[in-house]
Design a protein around this ligand. Structure first.
Ligand code: ZN
Length: 231
């Protein structure tokens, strides 16, 4: 099926070469739908929760990394329940971290098995299915899936639908997987806060802990509380 994707891409490039404007008109929407995280053209993406109250949902991606227990301690001190979107490969290696997340009342979501950020958008159906299913096998039952770097393709939604999973996006992010300054991260997040916002943070970076702490405090400073979507 990757052949099909590549063939379509080649046709797109050929049309673009001979008739650039027509080609771009044909190809651009597919690229936008594939690469833009919260866009719904290929199927539903939950990018905020239905509430008019000043409350947000904190999600933490890419664990369970070495800092998991420290993150859990921090969330405990702050009285915040979060959803951890984890990689199957790390969950398999550290089931005790998954158990700790659940034991402390947080939620675990599926964030694929190996987190193939560079290729997820062009993976064929069997590879998408394998990434989802291997992570599912390593974590407690969940209905929540977040795609690596928020990308999707034509095969993601059908695979999720078949497995009763919903695609979870986000509405407040700070690019904290690369941005190292906790103050900058917190400021970027609070700028996008709305009732029901889904806040995207990461763990496993050396600045993750202070970044999560500053962000939680900044969110609270804006008068928002934290949703516990243990579902
Ligand atoms: Zn990720």
């Amino acid at each position: 099926m990757r052949i099909v994707t590549l063939t379509l891409a080649a046709i797109g490039v050929a049309i673009t070469y001979h008739a650039p404007i027509l080609g771009m008109l044909l190809v651009a929407p597919m690229f936008i739908a594939t690469l833009k995280p919260n866009i719904q053209w290929l199927g539903p993406v939950v990018s905020r929760l239905p509430t008019s109250q000043k409350e947000v949902w904190v999600t933490i991606d890419d664990g369970p990394t070495d800092d998991t227990l420290a993150v859990l301690d921090l969330l405990g001190r702050e009285g915040v329940k979060a959803c951890f979107f984890v990689k199957g490969v790390l969950a398999e290696a550290h089931p005790e971290r998954i158990a700790a997340i659940v034991e402390r009342g947080h939620t675990v979501g599926n964030h694929s098995h190996t987190h193939p950020s560079g290729t997820w958008w062009c993976l064929p159906p069997h590879a998408i299915a394998r990434e989802i299913d291997r992570c599912t096998a390593a974590i407690p039952a969940t209905t929540l899936f977040r795609a690596p770097v928020g990308h999707k393709n034509l095969f993601v939604h059908p695979a999720l639908r078949k497995r009763g999973l919903q695609l979870i996006g986000f509405s407040a992010r700070a690019f904290d997987a690369v941005e190292r300054n906790p103050d900058v991260i917190a400021a970027r997040i609070v700028k996008s806060l709305r009732p029901g916002a889904i806040v995207l943070l990461h763990q496993g970076r050396e600045w993750s802990l202070p970044a999560i702490e500053k962000t939680i405090q900044a969110i609270r400073g804006r008068g928002y509380s934290f949703l516990n979507t243990n579902r």
